[in-house]
Design a protein around this ligand. Structure first.
Ligand SMILES: NC(=O)C1=CN([C@@H]2O[C@H](COP(=O)(O)OP(=O)(O)OC[C@H]3O[C@@H](n4cnc5c(N)ncnc54)[C@H](O)[C@@H]3O)[C@@H](O)[C@H]2O)[C@H](O)CC1
Ligand SMILES: [K+]
Length: 501
């Protein structure tokens, strides 16, 4: 896991690294700037391209000055440095880098308070105005400069973080931010890059390692963690010789109405392909033919709307409930029944979540460590409206702890929030996966992993990872416009095998 630190913690990690590596602060800045330049030279190899480097007078600006010097040394000839001299304060490392830069034949212009901004013709803007030191939304000269830069058609590359963007915490609505085409972020993505509210500011980010002390960053035990391939590899268990279907559990998927049988087929097939020993789907009578003809491996428990059910709950090692289930009396009866009679953690999705929202008393009956897999709207129906994702994420932490459950809050970087206060951001998945039925597949995968005796938290982490990874393997090589949930389900065995290789 990559710990995701707040701006405050990044400063602490910075200070710790400086005194314990040890490395001088100016050399750490040199290392960060070199890492930026390493990326830049690969992506913008044309040494004749005109580049304007906009620098503040703090350490982000210091990086900008060091970057300008290094680009000059790499043979970039059309450099122009602009220094926003809006306050009379500067950091020592900024001053040192300014002294180094003025030795070189690079034009440097100071932008003074209240002054009109000069025309800008550069093809590329490097934004090194403000970084993680931002303490309030931009206003005055900085706001004017940000709007000016946003109005330029030049490509924009931000150093560490776009100027005006909050690394963590709630962003004021419509805060002025320099919109970057790409952000080269030091050491880790900033937490807010991973929340959907960042979409209007950050097109794309990449990280470069600057060697902050891992001993220290791990010791902070940050609640926020980034889930990566090595973590999924550590979680996935091989299938053993002499194992049989009984070894891998019996999953029960309660889903589908006559008109939404697709949801039941998608979730139960994903359950099958993710490796459950046995899968039984609880479906309406009308869906039996579709189930048998598409997936003869999956067994059925049929239900009628007006009939009392007599389910043998003891037969099953995991239960997933909700996809396409509807909200009729039978659905509520099934949900109440499972909460009353099934002792192990359950996976609740879609209509099961809507029923829980309408009958909040049932939330308290969820078996410990159960898993809810809402998208944003389902989450807000359950726990109230939220104005922004930072707020929503904090509510999820409170509710997960209060109810003793895991919450999988679906999005680009799906969040897995545990009852123990951790928030894991998943690193896989892509926009080609934005189609109906994707969530049904995820429910099937997580239920399957619980049936196979993964701990609920492990099932969430691995399930969310492989779901997105299968989507990446299908979409990214040919830049596919869309991948379907059926393709994802079919792909799972290969994706899982690769993780074990
Ligand atoms: N991650 C690391 O370990 C390293 C980071 N580096 C770079 O340093 C910046 C952070 O630098 P810092 O000096 O702390 O702050 P900034 O340059 O972001 O800001 C300077 C200064 O600006 C003032 N300020 C804050 N908000 C506003 C505002 N809204 N309007 C005007 N002025 C504002 C405030 O006084 C700040 O202190 C980090 O992003 C990296 O780029 C190191 O180079 C390497 C190690
Ligand atoms: K910046």
């Amino acid at each position: 896991m990559l710990p995701l630190l707040t701006a405050q913690q990044i400063r602490e990690a910075d200070a710790y690294t400086i005194s314990n590596e040890p490395v001088s602060s100016i050399d750490l800045m040199e290392r960060a700037s070199k890492a930026f330049v390493g990326w830049f030279v690969n992506h913008y190899p044309d040494r004749k391209e005109s580049i304007a480097v906009y620098c503040g007078s703090g350490n982000n600006g210091g990086d900008g000055l060091a970057i300008s010097r290094m680009l000059f040394e790499h043979g970039y000839t059309q450099l122009d440095v602009k220094i926003a001299s809006y306050s009379n304060r500067s950091t020592a490392d900024f001053d040192t880098n300014l002294a180094r830069l003025i030795q070189l034949a690079i034009p440097i212009t100071a932008l003074l308070p209240g002054e009109d901004l000069l025309q800008e013709n550069a093809a590329i803007i490097i934004d090194a105005l403000l970084g993680t030191g931002l303490n309030k939304a931009l206003s005055g000269d900085y706001e004017k400069l940000a709007k000016f830069i946003n109005g330029l058609s030049a490509g924009k590359v931000a150093v560490d973080i776009p100027t005006g963007f909050f690394a963590d915490g709630e962003m004021p609505v419509d805060a002025p931010v320099i919109k970057a085409d790409v952000v080269i972020s030091f050491q880790q993505p900033k937490i807010n890059f991973l929340l959907p509210d960042s979409a209007k500011y950050v097109d794309c980010w990449q990280t470069v390692n600057i060697g902050l002390s891992e001993t220290f960053t791990n010791s902070l035990d940050s609640p926020y963690q980034f889930l990566e391939e090595k973590d999924a590899r550590a979680l996935i268990k091989p299938r053993h010789h002499f194992s049989n279907k009984g070894t891998y559990g019996h999953a029960f998927i309660i889903a589908g109405e006559a008109e939404t049988m697709g949801a039941a087929l998608l979730s139960s097939s994903a359950c099958l392909y993710a490796g459950a020993g046995l899968t039984t789907a609880c479906i309406p009578q009308a869906g039996l033919f579709a189930l048998n003809s598409s997936h003869p491996e999956i067994m059925a428990v049929l239900r009628q709307d007006d009939e009392q059910l007599n389910i043998e709950w003891d037969k099953y090692t995991a239960v997933g409930i909700g996809p396409g289930l509807g909200k009729k009396a039978i659905a509520l009866q099934l949900l109440s029944d499972v909460l009353e009679r099934f002792c192990n953690p359950i996976v609740a999705d879609a209509d099961a979540l809507n029923l829980l929202a309408e009958n909040p008393i049932l939330l308290k009956k969820l078996p410990a460590e159960s898993i809810l897999t809402p998208h944003m709207k389902e989450f807000d129906r359950l726990f109230g409206e939220h104005n922004n994702w930072w707020q929503r994420m904090q509510t999820a932490r409170v509710k997960a702890a209060e109810l003793g459950i895991n919450i999988v809050l679906k999005n680009d970087y799906t969040l897995i929030i545990t009852p123990h206060g951790k928030v894991y951001f998943n690193s896989t998945s892509n926009p080609a996966m934005a189609t109906g039925g994707m969530g049904d597949v995820l429910t099937g995968i997580i239920t399957s992993l619980i049936a196979q005796k993964y701990q609920p938290e492990e099932a969430c982490l691995l399930g969310v990872y492989i779901h997105g990874k299968a989507g990446d393997e299908l979409a990214l090589p040919d830049r596919a416009y869309v991948v379907t949930p059926t393709q994802i389900a079919n792909r799972l065995p290969a994706t899982m095998a690769k993780l074990l290789a």
